[in-house]
Design a protein around this ligand. Structure first.
Ligand SMILES: Nc1ncnc2c1ncn2[C@@H]1O[C@H](COP(=O)(O)OP(=O)(O)O)[C@@H](O)[C@H]1O
Ligand SMILES: O=P(O)(O)O[C@H]1O[C@H](CO)[C@@H](O[C@H]2O[C@H](CO)[C@@H](O)[C@H](O)[C@H]2O)[C@H](O)[C@H]1O
Length: 443
C-alpha cells in the first residue's frame, strides 16, 4: 500500500485491521468483487480503502503486473486476486453495469441522461498523478474509482451533478456513478464522466511556459513566446464563473471568520508536529489568521476545496476544473462544509508559486549566478501570473483590504497544508512551501 500513489497514509505506521466485501459486479465472466480494506494507524484513527479485485482460480500470466495476492474466502476458496482496474474485461463490466443499471442488492449503478456510452471503448488505467485511480474508456468516458472511502455523499459527485445539470461549460459532464452502503450509510465508490479529449493538464502547460522563460535568460516573463498571463487571466474568469454557478446551485451562507481562523491555527499546531521547521514562521502565519479573524462574518458557499493547476485542464473550449473532492486528508464532513471562495483562489496562487520553483529545482544548480538569475525569473513568473489571475477573478486591478486579508490567510493555510503534504509524499519538494511560509506577510 505504501508504494501506491493513491495511499493517503504515507509516513504513518498502520496495521491492516480488517476487510469487508461490498459485493460482486453483475454480468457474465469471472468474479470481480469490491473489497474495502480497513487500516488502523498507531494513533487509533481508522481508514477504509477500496480494492476492486478480479478473483481467478488459476494464475493468469498476462496479468502478472496486476497480481495482488492469494485470497481465501467462504465463497471461492483459495483464489488468485488481481487488481481489477488493470484488467480490461473487469473494467468493461463496470461500464456495462453503469449503462444497464442492473438491480443488485449490494452495489448500485446510476446513470445520468444525455449521453450514449461507448461500450466498445478500450479501457486503460490512467498513468498520471492522482489520489484515486481512473480508467479511461477510449476517448469517450473516464471512471474515477475512489480509493479512500468515507461514508456519506462524495462532493466530487454531488458538485459535478449540479454543475452538469446547470450546463456548466467549466466541468466534464457527469455520466453516472457507483454506490453502495456500509451499515445503512451511503458510500460513493466511483464516478463516470465525460473524457475531455482535447485537454492539456494545466500544471504541465504552466511548466512549459516556465521552461521557455528559463531558456531565454535575458528576456522577462512578458517577453517570451510562452507567456502564461493570458491563460492565467482566463483561468481567473473561469473560476469566478464556477463560483457563481455553485452559489446559484447550493446557496450562500455566512460564517464567523474567527472560527475559520481558529481551525487554521489548529492546523498549524498539528503541522508543526510533522514539520518542526514551520515553527519559526508560526508568528507570521498566525498574524495572517488574526487579520482574517478581525473580519467578523464572511460569505461562504460550496467551493472546490483543493484547487491547483493540476486540477485544471485547458481544452479547445476553454479551462475546465476537475476533482471537486476537496483536500484528500480532511474528514468528509469538513470537506462538505461551505467555505470562502477565496480558498480556491489561494490554492491557485500557491500553484503559480509552485510551478517556477519546482522547475528551478529540476535544473542544474552548479553556477550560482545562473541559479540567482533563475530565482529572479521564477519570482517574476509567479508574480505576473498571480496578478493576471487575481485581476480577472476579482474583475478589478486591486483587491479590497478585506479581500486581501482573506487571500493572505487562505494562502498561509494552504502553505501549511502543503508542508505536511510534501513532508509525507515528496520530501525533496518540502523547501517549496517552506520557503513560501517564510515569505507569508511580506509584500
Ligand atoms: N474528464 C477528464 N478528461 C480527461 N482527463 C481528465 C479528466 N478528469 C481528470 N483528468 C486527468 O486526470 C487527472 C487526475 O484526475 P483527478 O480528478 O484530479 O483525480 P484524483 O482525485 O485521483 O487526484 C487530472 O489531473 C487530469 O489530468
Ligand atoms: O491532486 P490531489 O487531490 O491529489 O492534490 C494533492 O496533490 C497535489 C500534488 O499532486 C498537491 O499540490 C501541490 O503540488 C502541486 C504540484 O505538483 C502544486 O501545483 C500545488 O499548488 C500544490 O499544492 C495538493 O496540495 C494535494 O492536495
Amino acid at each position: 500500500m505504501n508504494e501506491a500513489r493513491w495511499f493517503g497514509g504515507k509516513g504513518r505506521p498502520f496495521t491492516v485491521s480488517g476487510s469487508r466485501r461490498l459485493g460482486a459486479l453483475p454480468g457474465e465472466g469471472p468474479t470481480v468483487v469490491v473489497d474495502l480494506v480497513e487500516l488502523t494507524y498507531d494513533d487509533g484513527e481508522m481508514e477504509l480503502y477500496q480494492l476492486p479485485l478480479l478473483l481467478l482460480a488459476e494464475p493468469e500470466s498476462t496479468l502478472d503486473d496486476a497480481f495482488v495476492g492469494w485470497w481465501e474466502d467462504d465463497d471461492h476458496g483459495w483464489v488468485h486476486a488481481y487488481d481489477a482496474l488493470r484488467d480490461r474485461g473487469s473494467m468493461t463490466r463496470f461500464l456495462e453495469a453503469i449503462a444497464a443499471t442492473p438491480a443488485t442488492d449490494e452495489i448500485t449503478f446510476v446513470r445520468q441522461p444525455g449521453h450514449e456510452l461507448d461500450l466498445e471503448a478500450a479501457p486503460a488505467l490512467f498513468s498520471g498523478e492522482q489520489s484515486n485511480s481512473s480508467v479511461l474508456f477510449g476517448e469517450d468516458s473516464v471512471l474515477k474509482v475512489f480509493r479512500k472511502i468515507t461514508p456519506g455523499a462524495n462532493p466530487d459527485i454531488t458538485t459535478h451533478q449540479v454543475l452538469t445539470e446547470a450546463g456548466s461549460p467549466h466541468v466534464a459532464a457527469l455520466y453516472g456513478w457507483v454506490e453502495s452502503s456500509i451499515d445503512g450509510e451511503l458510500v460513493h465508490l466511483a464516478m463516470l464522466q465525460q473524457f475531455l479529449r482535447t485537454a492539456s493538464d494545466g500544471w504541465e502547460f504552466a511548466l512549459t511556459s516556465v521552461r521557455d522563460l528559463f531558456s531565454e535568460a535575458d528576456l522577462h516573463a512578458d517577453e517570451v513566446g510562452g507567456d502564461f498571463a493570458a491563460e492565467a487571466a482566463r483561468l481567473g474568469t473561469s473560476l469566478a464563473e464556477v463560483h457563481a454557478e455553485l452559489r446559484e446551485a447550493f446557496g450562500v451562507d455566512t460564517l464567523d471568520a474567527t472560527l475559520i481562523a481558529q481551525q487554521m491555527s489548529l492546523r498549524l499546531g498539528a503541522a508543526i508536529d510533522v514539520v518542526p521547521e514551520l515553527a519559526e514562521h508560526a508568528d507570521r502565519l498566525r498574524g495572517a489568521y488574526g487579520a482574517l479573524a478581525d473580519l467578523g462574518k464572511i460569505e461562504v458557499q460550496r467551493v472546490h476545496g483543493d484547487l491547483h493547476l493540476g486540477q485544471t485542464l485547458r481544452t479547445i473550449k476553454g479551462w475546465k476544473l476537475v476533482d471537486f473532492e476537496g483536500e484528500p486528508a480532511k474528514p468528509l464532513a469538513e470537506r462538505l462544509l461551505p467555505d470562502s471562495p477565496w480558498r480556491d483562489v489561494a490554492g491557485m496562487l500557491r500553484s503559480f508559486d509552485y510551478a517556477p520553483h519546482a522547475m528551478a529545482r529540476s535544473m542544474p544548480g552548479d553556477d550560482s549566478d545562473v541559479v540567482a538569475q533563475r530565482e529572479r525569473r521564477a519570482e517574476e513568473w509567479a508574480a505576473r501570473n498571480k496578478a493576471a489571475f487575481l485581476a480577472a477573478y476579482a474583475g478589478a486591478t486591486s483587491l479590497t483590504p478585506d479581500e486581501g486579508a482573506l487571500v493572505a490567510a487562505y494562502v498561509a493555510d494552504k502553505t501549511v497544508y502543503e508542508c505536511v503534504y510534501e513532508a509525507r509524499n515528496r520530501p525533496s519538494w518540502l523547501p517549496i512551501p517552506l520557503e513560501a511560509a517564510a515569505r507569508v506577510g511580506t509584500p
